[in-house]
Design a protein around this ligand. Sequence first.
Ligand SMILES: C[S@@+](CC[C@H](N)C(=O)[O-])C[C@H]1O[C@@H](n2cnc3c(N)ncnc32)[C@H](O)[C@@H]1O
Length: 212
Amino acid sequence: MRLRKKHFAIPEMQENPYVYFNGEQNKGRWSEIFGNDNPIYLEIGAGKGKFTIESAKRNKNINYIMVDLETNALIYATRKILKEELTNVRAMPINAENILEYFDENEIDRIYINFCNPWPKLRHKKRRLTYPRFLEKYKIILKEKSQIYFKTDDLELFEESLDYFRDTGFSELITDFDMEEDEYPQNIVTEYERKFRNSNVPIKFGVFEFYN
Ligand SMILES: C[S@@+](CC[C@H](N)C(=O)[O-])C[C@H]1O[C@@H](n2cnc3c(N)ncnc32)[C@H](O)[C@@H]1O
């Protein structure tokens, strides 16, 4: 996602009580931050945040954390937390490479990865958010028998990610190469998903579970 530099983004987010620039201080304390023991779902690469915001509106008994390294996109996501008065959402402008600095072992109940960058060139594949070195980190922060929900438009990324999940010990609960928009009751169409659906690109969807 390439957006023109938004100079207001960081100062505005610094004023937002639901956004953490020093989120490593919350490691192991996220339930305390939310003030309840509800499950915590994490969206990685949330972009402008439609997925988490809509999910949080529907599921007030779930806590959501959205992260993205791009403040130019996350600013719009974090505005919506305030506008919608969603006390069950928090956000962090972070790189998923450093996810272990922000979450303790077994702290997360579910991870969502929606339309992450496909990085098709061989030398860039290790940047994919589903690449094994990322999955190994997600395994640490996920609770036992928790799941990763993954959607993409990109066939090669999806097929290679199936291998990544298998190779790192996840089992496939759902593998769908052409997911209908209304096929799964809790599906929220993300910003990128809308563009691809409008161009009739089949959406690939997988749910993967890890047993500690
Ligand atoms: C193609 S966009 C998809 C946005 C949104 N999930 C959607 O479906 O509309 C991918 C997002 O992942 C973010 N991203 C890429 N690499 C990341 C990383 N290592 N850590 C955190 N976010 C990352 C990008 O900044 C971008 O906002």
